[in-house]
Design a protein around this ligand. Structure first.
Ligand code: HNI
Length: 155
């Protein structure tokens, strides 16, 4: 659960990042493709090389969707309903498709969690010391909730 203060912080961070949505989104995507190559298979119809038009426009869409969700976190399931349907039914992004190493054992992370994780790293790089432990913890919770909603409908 996010406190009122955390929700405010998250909203402010994403508002601040909206003008650089393209940079943030494409950086997070490139990190996901590099660290978890299996995720690239969903994008075989697009040119996802660094700096490409597809990568930039897709990166921007992702960040704007996250920023929109951050405006009213209590309404996340409502705001994300169309994206949930798209990812679960049309794109069929399998939430258990990606096996990654977690600590000493193998764990299963959903695709959206992978992207959330990469997004955290991107934010840390971009925001530097502004990305305080408090902001990090709040963002982690928010992105996990976001990812959970996106993959919830997959059967
Ligand atoms: Ni995702 C399309 C947001 C995770 C694969 N995705 C979108 C769109 C948004 C979006 C916004 C554009 C919808 C539209 O055009 O109407 N995706 C997000 C967010 C996350 C996420 C916020 C995670 C937090 N998507 C993922 C993951 C994968 C993924 C993990 C696959 C590994 N998404 C796609 C694909 C498309 C897509 C594929 C369609 C791309 C296209 O343009 O054809």
């Amino acid at each position: 659960m996010l406190s009122k203060k955390e929700k405010k912080l998250i909203k402010e961070i994403w508002e601040r990042l909206t003008p650089v949505a393209e940079d943030i989104g494409s950086d997070a995507l490139l990190r996901m493709f590099a660290s978890y190559p299996g995720t690239k298979t969903y994008f075989s119809h697009l040119d996802i090389s660094p700096g490409s038009a597809h990568l930039c426009s897709h990166g921007k869409k992702i960040v704007l969707a996250i920023a929109e969700g951050a405006k009213d976190i209590s309404q996340l399931t409502v705001t994300l309903a169309p994206l949930q349907t798209l990812h679960a039914y049309q794109l069929r992004i399998d939430p258990t498709n990606f096996k990654v190493r977690l600590g000493s054992g193998w764990g299963l992370w959903s695709g959206s969690e992978l992207l959330s994780h990469c997004m955290l790293v991107t934010l840390a790089c971009y925001l530097g010391s502004e990305f305080t432990p408090v902001a990090h913890a709040a963002m982690d919770k928010f992105l996990s909730a976001f990812a959970a909603v996106l993959s919830e409908k997959y059967r």
